[in-house]
Design a protein around this ligand. Structure first.
Ligand code: QAP
Ligand code: CO
Length: 173
C-alpha cells in the first residue's frame, strides 16, 4: 500500500478516528505499510490518521539505549484506552505531520494502557519514559489533537508564523 504523511494544516488531521472492528488483511496491510514509512521518515510513532486512515490504530518503535529501532521493538496498538495515569513530565516533542518543529509539552509520566493487537487480542501495557509520552502523543491523534494545540497562546502564535514561513519557502524552492 502506498502511503504518504498528511501534514498540518490539513483538516484531515482533525477527524476523530473510528474504532477498529475487523482485524482483517486490510488492517494488516495498512500496519505493514505504516512501519517502513515511519522508519524511512525517522519517526518513533505514527497514527493511522496521519496516513489518511482515520481508524484507532497506531504504531510505536522507541529507540533503545544504542538508538536502534529493531522491528522486534515495534508495538502496534488498536483501540487503545488509558486506564491509569500518574505524574508529570516535560519532553521536547515533534510530529511527522508537523515537520521540523519541536516544542516542550507536558504529559503524564506513567500510564497503563489497554489495547488490542493486530489479531484483536486484548493487551495491557505499563509505560514510562519516552514510551509513555509517545503513547499519549499518538492517542491524541485519534481525537484529532496535535501537540501544537497544547502550546501557550504566545508560543502557538510564534509557531504559526514560523510554520507559514517554512511552507512558503518550501513552495518557492
Ligand atoms: C511522536 O514523533 C513523539 O519534525 C512521534 O522533521 C514525539 O516520530 C513521541 C519527526 C516526541 C514522543 C516524543 C519529526 C521526524 C518524527 C520531524 C515522531 C521531522 C522528522 C516525529
Ligand atoms: Co504526531
Amino acid at each position: 500500500m502506498k502511503l504518504t504523511i498528511v501534514e498540518y494544516p490539513d483538516k484531515r488531521l482533525r477527524m476523530k478516528s473510528k474504532e477498529v472492528k475487523s482485524f482483517d488483511s486490510s488492517l494488516h496491510n495498512l500496519l505493514d505499510s505504516m512501519y517502513p514509512l515511519m522508519m524511512d521518515t525517522n519517526g518513533i510513532g505514527l497514527a493511522a490518521i496521519q496516513v489518511n486512515h482515520p481508524i484507532r490504530a497506531l504504531i510505536l518503535n522507541i529507540p533503545d539505549e544504542d538508538g536502534e529501532q529493531p522491528k522486534e521493538n515495534l508495538i502496534e496498538m488498536i483501540n487503545p484506552v488509558i486506564t491509569n495515569k500518574e505524574g508529570e513530565t516535560v519532553y521536547q516533542e515533534g510530529c511527522l505531520s508537523v515537520p521540523k518543529f519541536y516544542e516542550d509539552i507536558k504529559r503524564y509520566e506513567t500510564l497503563t494502557v489497554n489495547y488490542q493487537d493486530r489479531d484483536g487480542n486484548t493487551k495491557t501495557l505499563d509505560a514510562e519514559g519516552l514510551l509513555s509520552i509517545a503513547i499519549q502523543h499518538e492517542m491524541d491523534h485519534l481525537e484529532g489533537i496535535l501537540f501544537i494545540d497544547k502550546l501557550s497562546y504566545a508560543r502557538r502564535k510564534k509557531f504559526e508564523k514560523e510554520y507559514k514561513r517554512m511552507l512558503k519557502e518550501r513552495k518557492s524552492s
